[in-house]
Ligand binder design. Structure first.
Ligand SMILES: [Zn+2]
Length: 178
């Protein structure tokens, strides 16, 4: 495995690990303003998606879409943002972020300008954000447990570390059919 001596994702988990196998790990990003923010991180060091082989690319995206499906199931967000930036840490990792029309930055990316609050001098938007995040936090334990269970179902030891497409579709179907 290539390990870049200065790459933090080659040395640290990145935050709280919800699932890990030889191929990837899924973590709770622990962002204060965005409690429903999960990352899927490739374990080995690779800078771009085209550094992965086809099986790895497909398996990694299956993992990202599984998190997306679980966020829809548990939080019913207005939108889900998928982002793969890596400008600060050029080691392949995906951000999966449940977004709400009343969150801090909507409709901007969470790394962009905060929402214009000039029309709510009473702090109404901040109150709405706080209420929203309190609701999300109530559902976080069940969401995190579901990530661990669904990924354990997706990646079994027999099938190897990268999920077969049919197995992924079956796992996704079980989530969306509930
Ligand atoms: Zn790395």
């Amino acid at each position: 495995m290539t390990t870049h001596t200065e790459c933090p994702l080659c040395h640290d988990d990145g935050a709280t690990v919800l699932f890990r196998n030889a191929f990837l790990r899924v973590i709770d990003a622990q962002e204060a303003d965005y409690p429903a923010f999960t990352r899927v991180i490739l374990n080995r060091h690779a800078q771009e998606m085209t550094d992965l082989n086809q099986t790895e690319r497909s398996g990694l995206m299956s993992a990202v879409y599984l998190v997306e499906a679980l966020q829809r199931r548990h939080f019913q967000p207005d939108k889900i943002n998928l982002a793969q930036l890596g400008n600060m840490v050029p080691h392949v990792h995906w951000h999966i972020i449940a977004r709400f029309a009343d969150d801090k930055h909507f409709p901007n990316p969470i790394w962009g300008m905060p929402r214009e609050t000039a029309n709510t001098p009473d702090g109404g938007h901040a109150t709405a954000c706080a209420r929203r995040n309190a609701q999300i936090r109530q559902h976080l334990p069940a969401y995190h447990q579901d990530i661990t269970q669904s990924f354990t179902a997706l990646f079994d030891e027999v099938a190897g570390t990268v999920p077969e497409q049919t197995r992924f579709e079956q796992t996704l179907q079980r989530i969306t059919d509930r």
